[in-house]
Design a protein around this ligand. Structure first.
Ligand SMILES: Cc1cc2nc3c(=O)[nH]c(=O)nc-3n(C[C@H](O)[C@H](O)[C@H](O)COP(=O)(O)O)c2cc1C
Length: 169
């Protein structure tokens, strides 16, 4: 079983969530089965060896990050490594209709109800042709730069364990 996690992150919180989900998955699948990459380094062709794709990002302006919100994040002290995020990557990747894809995000607790990167990514993936896309979990941060709200890391690890179990049934 092979899992690819494509995670966009500016202050490190979504990356931490991605790595924690990966460690939950790796408990039963083994560390070699799970890879975490940034959108800028993610492949545009998804090999048939990939059994599950996870796509995660921080919520920016109730949706997925875009060029303008990356600039705003940088002004707030974030590290912006690539010019592309999951939104642009979804536009470039060749869709696999048979592949299960699950989205996730990090969001500020109070604004979550108005929209999330997870919901927007799920819709974009469906539109792109990933017929088996699902909207997954949102993980809460306490402020723009984080940290993750307490217990969110353990929830991420537990979700990874649960996703691994769903692959093995
Ligand atoms: C430009 C910008 C817009 C944001 N808009 C939202 C938003 O609409 N809703 C929300 O819950 N959080 C919003 N946030 C907070 C981000 O969700 C938070 O910075 C992110 O979860 C941190 O993840 P990261 O460390 O992976 O970048 C915004 C942050 C930035 C920088």
């Amino acid at each position: 079983m092979t899992v690819l996690i494509v995670a966009e992150s500016y202050f490190g919180n979504t990356r931490t969530v991605a790595q924690t989900i990966a460690s939950g998955l790796a408990r039963s699948l083994g560390a070699g089965a799970v890879t975490v990459v940034r959108p800028g380094e993610a492949p545009h062709e998804l090999g048939t060896d990939i059994d599950l794709l996870l796509v995660g990002a921080p919520t920016h302006d109730y949706s997925m990050p875009k060029a303008q919100t990356r600039i705003q994040a940088a002004k707030k002290g974030a590290t912006v490594k690539d010019g592309i995020g999951i939104q642009e990557w979804i536009g470039r990747v060749t869709p696999r209709a048979d592949l299960r894809v699950v989205t996730f995000d990090t969001s500020l607790e109070m604004r979550f109800a108005l929209g999330s990167a997870s919901k927007a990514a799920y819709k974009a993936l469906k539109k792109r042709g990933f017929q088996k896309a699902e909207r997954g979990e949102s993980f809460r941060v306490a402020g723009t730069a984080g940290p993750l709200v307490s217990d969110e890391e353990s929830r991420a690890e537990a979700w990874g364990v649960q996703l691994a179990a769903s692959l093995c049934t």
